[in-house]
Design a protein around this ligand. Structure first.
Ligand SMILES: Cc1cc2nc3c(=O)[nH]c(=O)nc-3n(C[C@H](O)[C@H](O)[C@H](O)COP(=O)(O)O)c2cc1C
Length: 198
């Protein structure tokens, strides 16, 4: 039987593992952590969930970033409710991470501008789509995307950056010899941690 991972009975190591997996998800597009499920609450109080690409993680600030179109449902849900959650399960590692936090949509300020400037023309092109995301179409192909060169400017007004500030983190490791589940809650003094019954 294989040895337990080093974080198995070590809360601090679980915390480090959680952030390390998220950080890896930003740079490694093959990682399950690259495309977490994003949950929001719509104006009717109904949950909505979809995949996003994890663009950045700041372990010390406890923040995570993704990008979306400001015309999208998710952007208005986050702007309205100011909260969001992320979930990832990595079947190879048998690790699930859940993040629950406050969320902010950045559209016009220097921060969104800097991120836009740094993003690839190919990534920018999707923000120039017309009509906007979620618009009903008579045929599946009844939309246009700008040429890559135009996309340098075209999609800017539709581009936004969402930053989630984690308030609650959960880590679940599946093991037939006994699962391990851990929780961290943000407090003024830092993260307050506990094991949970799985
Ligand atoms: C693997 C994958 C990655 C995605 N990444 C993003 C993303 O980073 N940002 C985004 O707005 N939509 C992304 N999408 C599309 C969303 O999941 C969703 O279909 C779309 O944005 C509409 O969502 P909404 O109507 O809830 O706003 C991705 C979809 C997949 C399958």
């Amino acid at each position: 039987m294989s040895e337990h991972p080093r974080f198995y009975d070590d809360l601090a190591a679980c915390h480090a593992e959680l952030w390390q997996r998220l950080e890896q998800g930003v740079s490694d597009r093959h990682s399950a952590f690259h495309t977490p499920a994003l949950a929001t609450v719509d104006p009717h109080g109904r949950p909505q969930v979809r995949a996003v690409v994890l663009r950045d993680v700041d372990r010390s600030a406890g923040t995570l970033r993704f990008h979306c179109d400001r015309r999208s449902e998710k952007a208005s849900e986050i702007a309205g409710m100011r909260c969001a959650a992320l979930q990832v399960y990595d079947p190879a590692a048998k690790i699930q991470v859940r993040v629950d936090g406050t969320a902010e949509v950045h559209t016009d300020g220097w921060f969104a501008e800097t991120v836009w400037t740094q993003s690839q023309p190919m990534s920018r092109a999707v923000y120039g789509i017309s009509p906007g995301p979620g618009t009903a179409l008579a045929h599946g192909g009844d939309y246009t995307l700008p040429d890559k060169d135009d996309a340098i400017l075209d999609g800017r007004e539709n581009f936004c950056v969402v930053v989630i500030r984690a308030e609650r983190l959960e880590f679940l490791y599946l093991d037939s010899r006994g699962h391990r589940r851990a929780l961290w809650l943000r407090s003024q003094a830092g993260w307050v941690e506990t094991w949970l019954a799985p």
